[in-house]
Design a protein around this ligand. Structure first.
Ligand SMILES: NC(=O)c1ccc[n+]([C@@H]2O[C@H](COP(=O)([O-])OP(=O)(O)OC[C@H]3O[C@@H](n4cnc5c(N)ncnc54)[C@H](OP(=O)(O)O)[C@@H]3O)[C@@H](O)[C@H]2O)c1
Length: 260
């Protein structure tokens, strides 16, 4: 169970949703978890409290990843936090989870909406990973959050969720995952992505917590239910564990068979 004890993981967007659930899974594996969040300090502290209940440890760091200075702040706080606990500035696992999903048709997507998706979902992932790499030993792991929407279009029961800008940003994640897996393979660094379908988190609450939205999501999976953050965390946990040592460059579907 503690094959990863003393290893350090950074999970971006770990105050809520999938990032929080992933942090719990990593804590169960013995990782020391750096809980990143943007503004929701109380939620980040709750994540941390649960990590401690699970017998692991960590600390929380706030940074706005929409800005390159935010990425610098994240890593100086990470180095400082690790140093103050007698740990080297080493990162064994990065989970690029923080993301934003705004809907808009082709006709009504503004340049601002478009930029919001690509700034956090792609540019921040790129430059966070660049900084993380400076601290990664050979054999480290990178897990990116993609989406089923990078390869499938959401259209069910007469509902079309116009999300092309968001979905394209996740397509970029799939591409980065494959390229980085090849680039970093010689160092034994594994790079994979997880592609969830609809998951019950704050991100899509406005749609998924309505009767119609919920029914549509349930109807899209042969398993007949909506995904939970824990479902996705299990897959992230696999990719963070020794068991995934022969898996790299993959986008792993974690959608309950969404629209097979
Ligand atoms: N939920 C789904 O159905 C679903 C499906 C497919 C893929 N995904 C992907 O899974 C990932 C997590 O989704 P989720 O549903 O768990 O999200 P969520 O519940 O909305 O949580 C978003 C997290 O990102 C952080 N964040 C937001 N804006 C940020 C910024 N500018 N800089 C830094 N951090 C920021 C938030 O911090 P604060 O708490 O401080 O605001 C929070 O921790 C995303 O990449 C998403 O695209 C989700």
């Amino acid at each position: 169970m503690n094959a990863n004890a003393s290893k350090v993981a950074l999970v971006t967007g770990a105050s809520r949703g999938i990032g929080r659930a992933a942090s719990y899974e990593l804590a169960k594996q013995g990782y020391f978890v750096v809980v990143h969040y943007k503004a929701n300090h109380a939620a980040a502290e709750e994540t941390l409290a649960e990590i401690r209940k699970l017998g692991a440890d960590g600390f929380a760091v706030s940074a706005d990843l929409d800005k390159l200075e935010g990425i610098d702040q994240l890593f100086s706080a990470l180095d400082k936090g690790l140093a103050s606990r007698g740990k080297p500035a080493q990162l064994d696992l990065l989970v690029n989870n923080a993301g934003v999903a705004d809907g808009g048709t082709l006709a009504d997507t503004t340049p601002e909406l478009f930029d919001r998706q690509f700034t956090l979902n792609v540019k921040a992932v790129f430059f966070t990973t660049q900084k993380a790499l400076e601290r990664m030993p050979d054999g480290a792991r990178i897990v990116n959050l993609s989406s089923v929407l990078s390869s499938r279009v959401f259209e069910a029961a007469g509902q079309f969720n116009a999300l092309s800008a968001y979905s394209a940003s996740k397509g970029a994640i799939d591409t980065l995952t494959r390229h980085w897996a090849v680039e970093l393979g010689p160092r034994g660094i594994l790079v994979n992505a997880v592609a969830p379908g609809p998951v019950d988190t704050d991100m899509n609450a406005a749609w998924l917590r309505t009767d119609a939205g919920r029914a549509t999501a349930i109807g899209a999976s042969p398993l007949g239910r909506v995904g939970t953050a824990g479902d996705i965390a299990n897959v992230i946990g696999f990719l963070a564990s020794p068991a995934s040592q022969w898996t790299t460059g993959q986008v792993i579907d974690a959608s309950g068979g969404y629209r097979l």
